[in-house]
Write a protein that binds this ligand. Structure first.
Ligand code: AVJ
Length: 321
């Protein structure tokens, strides 16, 4: 079958991230930091998949369970045969669930890694013979404008699973939600997965799995600096730290220097004192009312919240006002 005929690429040519510049900037600060988006090289993406399979990391399987149970209700709210827009063309399992339930005419994934997205689209095009695909290569963390596709009365459903929204600070999250709202027409929908506030012990365990997969994921950032930038991080001299910051409502991940040391990157030297950390990720958690408030501010009407029995994770259907 000719899958190419059904697949089009809308390339917004996102500027490629400058890893070296980001590392020099982040490590040059009084409180050292590295942006979490750099976790996901090939090794990091494989480690993230492995995190999702650890017994402690509940979000992925919990969200999948919620979506499986709610798929019919979601299709009733969003309408069938419309356009499915996915922010970050992530796990194909979640996508397929919605493709099966909604039977959209068009699937529009948005992702910064063009080749990875196109490969996933080719597979979907083979498996869903009636589906048209419009792959949008863009950085969704910046304001973007989706390609105009003739609507013909079709509704759009935007989909942002995995609690990826948690990587944004609340004000950035609001800006992102507003940009999504701008890409939708009144009565369109937005289905978003949000990790909920809960007993900190559960959160702390989820980011400190006993098999050490999350630690390996965090430390891979330093390994990546060594591989790609010729840095000389001694991985044995840094340890994974992750904890729930209750006041801020977020999990913080850090890499802690176990002793005083110096690290060289591209001719620059960075000193660490014992116990100093590099802050590598924030993962915000919301109470349902907190998230609904954010959604309302962004121009949405929260219509439905699905959770698991333990209310660990929430999936919300937001209607564009
Ligand atoms: C992919 C951003 C949702 O914050 O839980 C998992 C990333 N970091 N374990 C999250 C992550 C450590 C994950 N998100």
């Amino acid at each position: 079958m000719n899958t190419l005929a059904k697949l089009r690429l809308h390339d917004l040519a996102p500027p490629q991230d400058d890893f070296l510049a980001a590392v020099l900037d982040g490590l040059g600060r009084a409180r050292k930091t590295l942006p979490c988006k750099f976790f996901y090289d090939e090794a990091g993406s494989a480690l993230f998949d492995a995190i999702c399979d650890t017994p402690e990391y509940y979000p992925t399987r919990t969200e999948l369970g919620i979506l499986t149970a709610a798929a019919g209700d979601i299709a009733d709210l969003a309408g069938r045969g419309g356009v499915l827009v996915e922010y970050g063309s992530g796990s194909s399992r979640k996508t397929r669930l919605l493709l099966d339930a909604l039977a959209p005419a068009l699937y529009m994934p948005i992702d910064i890694s063009r080749e990875h997205m196109l490969a996933a689209c080719h597979t979907l095009a083979q498996d869903y013979s009636a589906l048209h695909l419009m792959a949008v290569c863009a950085d969704y963390t910046r304001p973007l404008r989706l390609p105009a596709v003739a609507r013909g009365g079709q509704k759009r459903l935007a989909f942002f699973p995995g609690s990826s929204i948690g990587n944004f600070a609340p004000l950035e999250a609001l800006r992102f939600l507003k940009n999504v709202a701008q890409q939708l027409a009144p009565d369109d929908g937005f289905l978003i997965g949000v990790d909920l506030k809960k007993d900190p012990a559960i959160l702390n365990a989820a980011y400190n799995d006993t098999a050490g997969v999350t630690a390996a994921f965090n430390l891979n950032l330093l390994a990546r600096c060594n591989r790609e930038l010729g840095a000389d991080f001694n991985l044995a001299a840094f340890t994974h730290r992750a904890f729930y910051n209750e006041a801020a409502g977020r999990i913080e991940m850090h890499l802690e220097s176990t002793r005083e040391q110096r690290v060289q990157i591209a001719g620059q030297v960075f000193g660490f004192v014992a116990g100093e950390t590099i802050h590598t990720e924030n993962s915000y958690k919301y109470r349902p009312d907190e998230f609904r408030h954010l959604a309302v501010q962004a121009g949405f009407e929260p219509q439905h919240l699905w959770t698991d029995v333990d209310t660990l994770f929430g999936v919300l259907y937001l209607r564009r006002r």
